[in-house]
Design a protein around this ligand. Structure first.
Ligand code: ADP
Ligand code: MG
Length: 405
């Protein structure tokens, strides 16, 4: 299965063309509507700069939050327009205070080439999340080429992420989208042996990922809360650790199918309560006392995992290995994060990270995400990609085999 898509670099002549670009500018805002993290805006800059330099008129659609199909000031993209202008001082950034109005066409006609117009929050339109064909058609009329750069919403079939592509030709990936597709496809399709580290809280949210990866991996390392459902499946006592009883059978089946591939921790850091200042100690996985819960993998397990990683040319990591939010239980996640960064820098491993909390952990540790080969910007989208699903926002784009008009 190939997901190779045409990108903005495949369009020969952008001069004067209207690029209708979907970005993911769903940034966090504080109570005063200040942007508290502009990573998503920065990630979009390469695509926007490229289009501007090539002489396109750049019209951007994005959502922010969940305004439920009607305008509401707290979800306005106005602060994003302002930040975008600060980040791109050499390019004129206009803001259209409506997602779509009678005047939008005229405004675009008056724009200079190389300029940017950010439309107001597309989820102010009731048709957006319904993937309404009428809205898709009206949006398509704003552009000559559709560009989807919003990997983080590619798992949603909405008017601006999927519907619009049915009414506009050509339709291509932005540079961020192309990078995401390339990195995650490599994980799933590379002939190199893959080591996958899957952690996080629950097995139920990642069961399809585990099943899809099992065929493709050399090693599948299980950490985080879901570890304890696997340990229970092996007949071990796990005390008060997080366990999903409905998935113990599933875990047992996976252990059978994945014999020789699945790697479980051999020691864990346990706590007498789920809190930052709980009493903690390290025990073997078959010695968890009643009343205690496992909140991190232990040092022996970290060392074992590090020796596996030293021989892993390709590594996927999704999901923290412990409750990293509490410093006493962050060690496993921190050590593996650091090891993966070093292996990447030494050119020994290609490392692909995904998952909202995994990225939050890296940030909390102060590790520069550039030290990894790729850190995915899409939590839910990357998970669905790794499940083997074809994301609607990607499926809607032209395949790389399609001749460019
Ligand atoms: P991601 O967003 O990276 O995919 P998840 O959402 O699946 O990750 O899980 C992240 C959460 O898992 C974190 O909040 C972390 O505290 C929790 N977690 C990790 N290990 C454990 C554990 N042993 N017990 C309970 N929760 C855990
Ligand atoms: Mg999460």
């Amino acid at each position: 299965m190939t997901q190779k898509k045409l990108t903005i670099r495949d369009i020969q002549n952008w001069q004067g063309k209207r690029a209708l670009v979907r970005e993911d500018f769903n940034v966090p805002l504080d109570a005063q509507l200040n942007i508290t993290d502009d990573t998503r805006i920065r990630e979009a800059l390469p695509t926007l700069r490229y289009l501007s330099e090539q002489g396109a008129k750049v019209i951007i659609m994005s959502h922010l939050g969940r305004p439920k199909g009607k305008p509401s000031p707290e979800f306005s993209l106005a602060p994003v327009a302002q930040r975008l202008q600060e980040l791109l001082p050499a390019i004129k950034v206009h803001f259209e205070a409506a997602s779509l109005s009678e005047n939008t066409q005229a405004k675009i006609a008056q724009m200079g080439t190389g300029e940017i117009l950010l439309l107001e929050n597309i989820r102010f339109e009731p048709g957006e999340e319904k993937n309404d064909p009428e809205l898709s058609r009206r949006l398509a009329a704003l552009g000559d080429v559709y560009v989807n750069d919003a990997f983080g919403t590619a798992h949603r079939a909405h008017a601006s992420t999927e519907g619009v592509a049915h009414y506009l030709q050509p339709k291509v990936a932005g540079l961020l989208m192309a990078r995401e597709i390339e990195a995650l496809s490599t994980v799933l399709n590379s002939p190199q042996p893959l080591t996958a580290i899957i952690g996080g809280s629950k097995i139920s949210t990642k069961i399809t990922v585990l099943e899809n990866l099992l065929d493709k991996v050399r090693h599948l390392v299980i950490g985080g809360g879901m570890l304890f459902t696997f340990l229970k499946a092996q007949g071990k006592a796990v005390g008060n650790s997080l366990v999903e009883d409905d998935f113990v059978d599933t875990a047992r089946q996976l252990l059978g199918k994945g014999a020789g591939k699945i790697v479980l921790a051999t020691d864990v850091v346990i706590a007498d309560a789920f809190k930052a200042d709980a009493t903690s100690k390290t025990v073997a996985v078959d010695a968890i006392p009643d009343g205690w819960m496992g909140l991190d993998i232990g040092p022996e397990s970290v060392a074992k995992l590090q020796s596996i990683l030293q021989q892993s040319p390709l590594v996927l990591w999704n999901g923290p290995l412990g409750v990293f939010e509490f410093p006493a239980f962050a060690n496993g996640t921190r050590q593996i994060a650091e090891t993966l960064a070093q292996l990447t820098e030494q050119g020994l491993s290609r490392t692909v990270l995904g998952g909202g909390d995994t990225v939050a952990a890296i940030e909390q540790f102060g590790i520069d995400p550039k030290r990894y080969s790729h850190v995915s910007t899409g939590g839910g989208a990357s998970l669905e990609f790794l499940e083997g699903k074809v994301l609607p926002g990607i499926a809607a784009l032209d395949d790389a085999s399609v001749p460019v008009a």
